[in-house]
Design a protein around this ligand. Structure first.
Ligand SMILES: [Zn+2]
Length: 229
């Protein structure tokens, strides 16, 4: 029991992979999410939707690499208009907020849990189509409109939900809308309960994160705006 609790606490932060199962070569989900996800895929298939995951489980190390590459300008940070932000002109605090608009803080990504996934409809894509995962793709007239109309109708009947849709608290607090991001509530709730500002602060303090002092001095507002749903 003690081991399970410790594992859950670490897994909430993307630091324990023992409960994951491979869905495909590079794609992992929590073992309790695989069957519900397969059922969702089957239901979608009845509508000729080929539900496919672009991104599932992501480790703390992976999220840290993304965050640090954005903080140091090695990877572009975009604004709401899709333009690259001139990071070198910003204060450390403004760099942090610019990154968090589209990327989670390492330790605070729902992708750490194996319960969350970014999905698209492979059947709707032309063979040469480049997947973007943008809101435009999910709107009427967009390539994934059919998928999202189906999700609108089907999600209330199952245990998956969209934590970052336009009606979510997270969106009102500053997370950009991500209608393609699904979460399996029964397992995700277990992990969410472990994440507190203190746990996040300890994890960040022990990591090699860029902007560490700024992250730590803003940890309560980061938690309120981006983590707590
Ligand atoms: Zn996502």
């Amino acid at each position: 029991m003690a081991t399970t609790k410790a594992n859950t606490a670490l897994a909430a932060l993307g630091l324990d992979e023992s409960a994951l199962l491979p869905l495909t070569d590079n794609l992992y989900l929590h073992c309790d999410v695989v069957e519900p996800y397969r059922a969702l895929v089957s239901a979608a298939r009845q509508q000729n939707i080929e539900l496919t995951i672009a991104s599932g489980y992501r480790s703390f190390a992976r999220q840290l690499a993304i965050f640090n590459a954005k903080a140091t300008g090695q990877r572009p940070v975009l604004n709401d208009a899709g333009e690259t932000v001139a990071m070198h002109t910003l204060s450390d605090a403004d760099k942090l907020w610019a990154i968090l608009r589209f990327s989670a803080l390492p330790g605070a990504s729902r992708h750490h849990w194996g319960t969350d996934m970014d999905v698209f409809d492979r059947a709707a894509m032309a063979p040469d189509y480049q997947l973007q995962l943008t809101p435009d793709e999910c709107c009427p007239g967009g390539v994934f409109d059919k998928l999202h109309c189906w999700l609108d109708a089907y999600l209330p009947e199952c245990d998956f939900f969209r934590p970052y849709d336009v009606n979510s608290a997270a969106h009102h607090n500053g997370v950009a809308p991500e209608p393609w991001h699904l979460s399996y509530a029964p397992v995700a709730q277990r992990f969410a309960a472990w994440l507190t500002p203190d746990v996040l602060a300890q994890t960040i303090a022990a990591s090699d994160i860029e902007l560490k002092a700024t992250v730590l001095s803003n940890i309560t507002s980061i938690y309120e705006r981006y983590v707590r749903l």
